[in-house]
Structures are given as structure tokens and as C-alpha cells.
Design a protein. Structure first.
Length: 379
């Protein structure tokens, strides 16, 4: 059916006149790829074996998921976008209710957007359909609800001194040993006018699995707190220096806060514009640790990598996970020599936070549990 109606499909992009389109990141390379594909389409061999002729976008879908329906490699979303560059003006603005169709002709495939109706004789017919929609309803590029908590929680410090020099919790409400949500904490240190802070404790070194070099320090996340009243310094009635610490309220808590915990500013909320893509250059590395001190991890868990921005990684980079082949004895020969089975690719990672020498990544899918030391490469 898609081939019969491909020339008649009508764009149905939703519009929101009151709001400008957000400034989502579309690199020049991605735009160039999309423009090239828009001219010729994608080879049918690049389509997923089970690519549907049509698909209606549903609430909860992601660009990653929709790309995976049509293409063998979901990170090649610019090609999905480029299949119909005129109708899908911005790949980040795809809405629930839109219908996507594959036009397959001359050994190539192009994606179209439209709505098929039937006339009285049963023939395929299309009708324009323009709807108003809120840009907040556009589908996300990746499952952001899985990542959002970790943009505050998962942080790597360059040195252990970075936290030791940070503002610190010096007292608790009514002298309590531990604090819970909604209670008062007293803090000393330079605040720089910031109101919202995160609370950490016990930074631990993260070492490269191969070289044992310390790449950074991961601190244990405690919670968030907000400034209520700035502290002050002066002189007491006895002429001695008098320090009044700043007053904070504990907003959220992962574990109870305690005297000695250190503060770090809450980073800006800038993760909505992340789009999956292949790395800009060949890359290979290893998993440093499983976030939360677990011994192994599976789908939708977080891992730390021994590669960062200096190695060409950025937010949205897709990486392949590899499982080392087992070392076994060849029982078919009399002397039973030792052999090593081939390494097998068994999962995908999505990089979402990048530091100079390290990164955090979400396990998008995996066949077997992963552990520190496992390898990754470009997909």
C-alpha cells in the first residue's frame, strides 16, 4: 500500500504558532547525511528485516525506538530523517498520532508522513491534516526518564581536593546525627550566590582497568538542598570572631545527610536535546565501574567508561559492548590444546555525561550481564 500512495502523501507536521522550535543539536555532518539521503533514499538492504510499511507514532515512543523499527542501526537516525527531509523538517519534532510510511521504489526507501483515507470505491486517498500541538508532546530522542536522575547524581571530580574544598555541612537541626527531607542543615563555605546544591560524601578513585591510572573521583550521592538564608561573619560581644553558617533545607534525599557531607552546584538542565549518533572517530575502551557499586549490570543501568571528551566522545554517542570469548580446551584433539573463542558483540551503550577522561553511559540493551573491565568500541 505504501508504494501506491507514496506520491500522494501529505505532510501532517503539527504546529504550535505561539512557540518557536527549540534549538536542538543537529550537527553539520548529520544534516549533510540527511541531505544526501534525501536525494536518493536509503538502500533497501539498510532497512530492518521487519521494517513495517507504515507506523503510527505513539505516546512514549522515542526517536531511537522509531529509528530501530525502520533501520538496522537506530543510531543512523539522520538517514531516517533524510528519507523525507521536506516533510520531517526537524527529526526531534515527531509527535504521537503522526503516521510514517515507507516508499520503496527502484531499490531505495524513503520515509513519508501522512494519513491514508479510503474513498467510496475503496481506493487509497489522502487528505491534508494539520493539527496544533504542544512542542512538549514531541517524542523524546532517547528514554530520558531513565537518565534524568543521573544528571544530578552521577558526577566525576578531577581530584579528591575538589570536594574537600567545597562548602560543607557543619551542623544539623537540633544537633541530630542524620537529616531527612524537609529538615534544616547548616553550611559553611563559599556559595557564590547559588541557591540549589547537591550533597556528596566519600569520593573514591576510579582507575583505568588497563593502566591502573586514577582517571577521576566518584562521590557518593546523598541528595539535594536549597539555600534559605546566607550566613555571615562578624565579631561577638567578647570581641572574638563570630561565624554564622548559612541555612539550608534538605529538598530530596537518597540517603540521610550527615555533618561533613560536601556540596556541589546543581548543573543546568540541558539534557533534553541529546540525540543518538555514532562516534566521530574510532574508539575503544573498557568499563571502569558499575554505578552504585554493583558487581554486574544489565539493561537500563549506568556504567562508567575510561574514555571521555579528549577521546572524541560526546553526549549521545552510541557504543558497542563486547563479551570476551572464553578460553577452553579443544577436547577433539588428544593433547587437548587451549583455545580462545571469538569475542562477541552483545549490547549497546548510550553516553549521556562526558568528562575529560571519563564518561557515564546507559546500557540500552545487552544479552548478558556486564562487569567492570568489559570492552566497548564504535558500533
Amino acid at each position: 500500500m505504501a508504494a501506491a500512495v507514496s506520491g500522494l502523501l501529505v505532510a501532517t507536521l503539527w504546529s504550535s504558532p505561539a512557540r518557536a522550535e527549540p534549538n536542538f543539536p543537529i550537527s553539520q555532518q548529520q544534516r549533510s547525511t540527511a541531505q544526501q539521503v534525501a536525494e536518493a533514499g536509503v538502500p533497501l538492504s539498510e532497512l530492518s528485516p521487519n521494517a513495517p510499511d507504515s507506523y503510527t507514532v505513539k505516546r512514549g515512543d522515542t526517536l531511537w525506538g522509531v529509528s530501530g523499527l525502520f533501520l538496522k542501526s537506530p543510531w543512523r537516525w539522520p538517514e531516517l530523517w533524510g528519507m523525507n527531509l521536506q516533510q520531517i523538517r526537524n527529526p526531534h519534532l515527531i509527535f504521537p498520532g503522526q503516521m510514517l510510511y515507507l516508499d520503496k521504489s527502484n531499490g531505495r526507501a524513503r520515509l513519508r508522513v501522512g494519513q491514508v483515507l479510503s474513498d467510496s470505491s475503496g481506493n487509497a486517498k489522502l487528505s491534508p491534516r494539520v493539527r496544533e500541538g504542544n512542542l512538549d508532546d514531541a517524542i523524546a530522542t532517547v528514554p530520558l526518564h531513565l537518565l534524568e536522575p543521573f544528571f544530578n547524581e552521577a558526577v566525576i571530580f578531577d581530584s579528591s581536593d575538589e570536594l574537600l574544598k567545597a562548602p560543607r555541612l557543619v551542623a544539623t537541626q537540633e544537633g541530630r546525627v542524620l537529616l531527612s527531607r524537609g529538615e534544616t542543615a547548616y553550611v559553611r563555605g563559599e556559595l557564590g550566590g547559588r541557591r540549589d546544591w547537591r550533597l556528596f560524601r566519600e569520593p573514591k578513585p576510579l582507575r583505568d582497568p588497563a593502566t591502573r591510572e586514577v582517571l577521576g573521583y566518584e562521590a557518593q550521592y546523598v541528595g539535594t538542598l536549597a539555600l534559605v538564608r546566607e550566613g555571615a561573619e562578624g565579631t561577638g560581644a567578647d570581641g572574638q570572631p563570630l561565624v554564622v553558617p548559612s541555612t539550608f533545607t534538605v529538598n530530596s534525599i537518597r540517603q540521610e545527610a550527615a555533618v561533613g557531607d560536601r556540596l556541589a552546584p546543581v548543573p543546568p538542565r540541558d539534557f533534553n536535546n541529546m540525540a543518538p549518533h555514532a562516534p566521530r572517530q574510532d574508539v575503544a575502551g573498557q568499563l571502569v565501574s558499575i554505578y552504585g557499586d554493583a558487581l554486574s549490570a544489565g539493561q537500563n543501568q549506568i556504567v562508567a567508561l575510561n574514555r571521555g571528551s579528549r577521546d572524541g566522545l560526546d553526549r549521545g554517542t552510541i557504543l558497542a559492548l563486547w563479551r570476551d570469548g572464553s578460553t577452553i580446551r579443544d577436547m577433539t584433539l588428544a593433547d587437548k590444546p587451549t583455545i580462545k573463542l571469538p569475542d562477541e558483540r552483545h549490547g549497546l551503550l548510550l553516553v549521556f555525561r562526558v568528562f575529560d577522561r571519563m564518561s557515564y553511559a546507559l546500557i540500552l540493551n545487552v544479552k548478558e550481564p556486564v562487569k567492570a573491565g568489559d570492552r566497548f568500541t564504535q558500533p
